[in-house]
Design a protein around this ligand. Sequence first.
Ligand SMILES: CC(C)(COP(=O)(O)OP(=O)(O)OC[C@H]1O[C@@H](n2cnc3c(N)ncnc32)[C@H](O)[C@@H]1OP(=O)(O)O)[C@@H](O)C(=O)NCCC(=O)NCCS
Length: 184
Amino acid sequence: MQPDTILRKYTDRKGREVILRTPRWSDLDDMLDFINSLVEEEAMIAVDTKKTRNEEIEWVATNLKRLEKDEHMCVVAEVDGHMVGSTEIGPRFGRLKHYGTLGISLKKGYRESGIGQEMMKEIEKHAPRLGIEYLALEVFGTNERAIHVYEKMGYKQIGAYPDGIKYCGEYVDSVFMYKKIKKN
Ligand SMILES: CC(C)(COP(=O)(O)OP(=O)(O)OC[C@H]1O[C@@H](n2cnc3c(N)ncnc32)[C@H](O)[C@@H]1OP(=O)(O)O)[C@@H](O)C(=O)NCCC(=O)NCCS
């Protein structure tokens, strides 16, 4: 898949035009701001340390290369010319590679207007192309909004690492969810 491929344009529940597309080099500064703002607000994600611009350059380079080689898929949401959210899927390795993992986050101010669900619908279409038959994810047991979205999208809870996450001085379960993508 080529960078900067437009997948869909639509209007969200708040009347904003949303472009769902693959990432591109010029997203770099928005991506850096995006990850660092998530870290700063202590969003319920695994990353807990801010990135430098050089680290982000490396990360974007690696991810665009993987995108072009069809090793993974990434869909970003663009609103008013800025990247405000991202979701990615990629196969695991070897005998696990029919299972893919999914990650998703949106910037504060762009949540709860349906963008997360639209991004998930869009990225799932690409799972078969990557040989992914099942998608799996881990989520903070206390992240009720994310769990609601995943369940609405058809993911099932199948267990957890008890106390798998240390978050703001507390232990939180890391909940596993999965969804079958392949048709029988
Ligand atoms: C989780 C996230 C990706 C979801 O995307 P989103 O665009 O906000 O989600 P949507 O607007 O599509 O849907 C939100 C749903 O959650 C519901 N919701 C909101 N708060 C809720 C809560 N506390 N408990 C249960 N449901 C809740 C909304 O009512 C809506 O449901 P509906 O469509 O049935 O009305 C986004 O909120 C986010 O990035 N959060 C911060 C980072 C994060 O948690 N990432 C996930 C890491 S696993």
